[in-house]
Each structure stands twice: as C-alpha cells, then as structure tokens.
Design a protein around this ligand. Sequence first.
Ligand SMILES: [Zn+2]
Length: 299
Amino acid sequence: MTAQKPSSISVSMPTGRFAPSPTGPLHYGSLLAAVASYLNIRAQNGTWLVRIDDLDPPREMAGAASDILHTLESFGLHWDRDIVYQSRRLRAYDEALKMLQKKELIYPCSCSRKDIVKRGESVYAGHCRNGHNTAQKHYAIRIKVPQQTLSWSDMIQGPQSASLFQDYGDFIVRRADGLHAYHLAVVLDDANQGITESIRGADLLPSTSAQMYLQQVLDIKPPQYAHIPVAVNSFGEKLSKQSGAAPVSMRDPARTLFKMLRDLGQQPPHDLETCSIFDILHWGEKNWDLQKISAGKTL
Ligand SMILES: [Zn+2]
C-alpha cells in the first residue's frame, strides 16, 4: 500500500492591501492606489488589508497614520482584520537578515553615495563584497545579486524583465542608520499577511525586481503585481509630499470617487456622479475590470 501524498494544492483567498507611509495626509494619487486595490479585491470577494509602513521615523509626521485611516473611512474604504504596523515587526526583519547571513548573501558596506559616484558606477557594483572599510563606524548591509534576468508579467503593464546586476546592483537591506530597508520589510510583510495581489503606483515598478529577488532567496511566493499610472502635477512630477501635493479633499468624497473610477478607466455612467459613496463603490465592485486601466506610467 502506498501512503497518500498530502495535497499540495492550496487555494489562497484573494488578499490585497494598501500600505501607506505615514509621512503626511493622503493625496489624490495615494488614495487612487487604495481605491484600485480595494475594488480589485472586493470584486473577488477577497480580503482587503491596511498596513502602515512606518519604518522610517525621520520621514514620518505625527498624527499622519490616524489621519490616513480617517480619510480611508470617509471614502468608505473599510478594511478587514487589524492594522499591521511595520514598526512592530522589526524582529521578523532581523530574523530574515540572519537567514540571509547564513546563506552568505549579505555583507557590510561603508561606501557613501559619493564613493559610488566617484567610482563612476551607475548602480552599486559590489565593491565591498570581499571586505569593507572597517574604519567607518556606520555601515549598511547589502545583498549580493547574481547575473540573472528576472521576467514576470504585470497585470496592467504587461511583460517585464530586469537584469538584477546591471539594472539594480547589490542593494541595501539594512541602512547605515540601522533602519531596515523598505524592500526587505515589504516582501516579508506581504508574505506574512498572505497578500496575493499587490496593486500600487507605477513609480514602484522598477523596485519589483529587487523585491522578487528577495522573495526568491527567502523562499516566498510572490504576489501578482499590478502597477497603476501615478497622478502627476502640472510639472509632470509625481504627487507627493515632496512635490507639494495637496491632501485629498474631504469636501465631496462621492465626486472624488467618481473621478477615480474614470481615471482607472472604468467608464462609470454619468448619473452615478450624484450618487452616494456606497453606491459608487458598489458599482465599482460589480463592474471592476483591471484590464481597462491604462498601462501608462502617469495619468
Ligand atoms: Zn561598499
């Protein structure tokens, strides 16, 4: 008699997330990513989560996290499960670093940005792989990347490929100031929360290959990625705190949501514009079509 093999098929429930950094109030572009991710998951009866990516205290603004959550609620974007805060997950990031160290994939580097530029490198070419300048008190931790081309398909932007060593170089997983790097945290958190679909702004498209490499070496199944066009100002700059973007207006959430459906290519009927946020979101869920979103990088 042969023992029955355990079934290896696991069907994971569609799970998405919105993961803002609490650096200031939400602007139109960041809320647009939240709405896209929310509708995409609700259309599949899945689970939608909110995570606060508060990994970088010097960039954060007091009260921003609760302000962001209040904005999401005002637009009818209600999340499932408790909010996860990256600042409470530092132990998990350290565990992963230990694992990478055991695999001899990471190394200390005390090169400054200036040093890298002086060497004429467009990306970090592995200068400290065989030892770093130990006279420097502060050093970052970098991960070795192989000469490997990663290919994947973005649900909106289509086929993608990137050469890790040429396009990315050995990248930082822990910064010289001791903070964990965003790539490491986001990969571990998405895995921990069971995220199956990551919808975010196209400005993050280039970072996908680095994150996929981390998933590879940490034995994590990557979520499916979809990058929506980012909202820009009249100078073509991405809306952000740095480019002076205004917080999203709370005066007329329904009209803003209607405009967002249009910006996401969903073609809502005109008479929906005067409906409640509940009706607009409901229409968005029922008629959601990811393929209608423009594959452009900007709106
Ligand atoms: Zn170095």
